[in-house]
Design a protein around this ligand. Structure first.
Ligand code: BGC
Length: 254
């Protein structure tokens, strides 16, 4: 049977967003619904907020979920922008139990990348493609000839002469925390992309997450040799990718 639609949910450092996704076109079939990520973002509290999103859609089927951590077989292995209690937690099981639905979970940036490679600006792009999501953290997705290398965590690289990881310096949260203009922030982000450029010689950078919506405010300070384009699905890529992932994990034709 060909499943037509699926609920995709993106758990972020500041919001939990969901929408019903058309698996054929990758488009949203419902309004996007968002609740704030509880603070502290402990597993039990996030599970309650996640359930609220699911109930909003009166959803009963499988759910795809992007999560801001390294995820292996449903288990969170890191927690940079979420409570440390998540480390070692089987997130798929916990959220599955909270909602009574089958939950398929993977790293949020990987899923945003999956959506863009499947339906968006990465479609048909070969070579090394890197997607960076700009939000509370810097998420990364790496594709080699269309195949994903999961859990790359390139937001955690150290930049030259810096004692902190790149996302402390160049995520959208750093812009807000330090009250930077888009241009000031863009100059930092450019340094970060230059570092990635030296390491990977990619053929394309795709920018996702909320910071990608503002690309026109900092495009001019980007001085890379590599082409840089915003994700076609902007902030929705994570939700869309989550739905694709759940469908594919079940062996459904998408
Ligand atoms: C996390 C990543 C995540 C990114 C974006 C980082 O802090 O380590 O796993 O993809 O934030 O949410």
């Amino acid at each position: 049977m060909k499943q037509q639609e699926l609920l995709g949910i993106d758990v972020g450092g500041s919001g939990i967003k969901g929408a019903i996704i058309d698996l054929e076109t990758g488009e949203l079939r419902s309004e996007r619904f968002r609740v704030a990520t509880p603070s502290p973002a402990k597993p039990a509290l996030v599970a309650v907020a996640f359930k609220e999103v699911v109930e909003q859609f009166k959803w009963k089927g499988p759910i795809g979920c992007g999560f801001p951590a390294v995820i292996r077989e449903g288990v969170a292995l890191t927690a940079a922008n979420i409570d440390p209690q998540w480390i070692g937690t089987n997130a798929a099981q916990l959220l599955g139990k909270a909602t009574g639905c089958e939950v398929y979970i993977s790293n949020d940036a990987d899923l945003a990348g999956l959506a863009e490679m499947r339906y968006g600006v990465g479609r048909g792009k070969n070579g090394t493609v890197i997607l960076i999501t700009i939000g509370s953290g810097l998420g990364s997705a790496l594709f080699i000839n269309g195949r994903m290398v999961p859990n790359t965590e390139l937001g955690h690289l150290f930049l030259k002469n810096s004692k902190q990881i790149a996302e402390r310096y160049a995520a959208d949260s750093a812009r807000k925390r330090e009250d930077l203009s888009w241009e000031e922030w863009g100059t930092r982000f450019n340094k970060y992309l230059q570092h990635l450029e030296r390491l990977f010689s990619p053929s394309l950078f795709i920018l996702g997450g909320r910071g990608s919506k503002k690309i026109d405010s900092y495009r001019e300070v980007l001085t890379l040799k590599t082409e840089v384009i915003p994700a076609q699905m902007r902030n929705n890529a994570g939700i869309i990718g989550a739905a694709i992932f759940a469908a594919e994990s079940q062996g459904l034709e998408v």
